[in-house]
Ligand binder design. Structure first.
Ligand code: FES
Length: 130
């Protein structure tokens, strides 16, 4: 357990560790991203959090960067250095983006699949709402 001082934090990365992403290498990705951050002494600047499923399993491994509002897809451990480079240089790994926030919503990038419509009953089932 920890309670970190976030006052110097500029980027928060949510690294999906849900079951689909884990089967596709999320643990290796998580370790590689954290190693890159540590080796560059960016622990104060880039905060990471493991999450459960983010609801875009087809895009595995999924990683979400805030406050940029960028959802990344198809990430693997070997992408960690480029990902951290992109944050440090305020650039974007455009070949790995699935969605970007444009002020009004998250817009799909390129040929990323739309996904399912959020039918109320289906959401209840998937979200395990009682
Ligand atoms: S397990 Fe990662 S988006 Fe579903």
């Amino acid at each position: 357990m920890a309670t970190w001082d976030l006052s110097e934090t500029k980027h928060h990365l949510f690294i999906c560790n849900g079951s689909s992403c884990n089967k596709a290498g999320a643990e290796d990705l998580t370790q590689a991203v954290r190693r890159e951050i540590s080796e560059r002494s960016l622990d104060d600047v880039i905060h990471t959090t493991r999450t459960k499923c983010n609801g875009r399993c087809q895009d595995k491994c999924v990683l979400i960067a805030y406050p940029e509002g960028i959802w990344y897809k198809d990430l693997a451990a070997h992408d960690a250095a480029d990902l951290i480079d992109s944050l440090v240089n305020e650039a974007r790994m455009t070949n790995k983006i699935s969605h970007c926030f444009d002020g009004n919503g998250f817009r799909r990038h390129g040929d990323v699949p739309v996904g399912e419509f959020k039918d109320r009953e289906r959401v209840k089932k998937v979200s395990k709402v009682l």
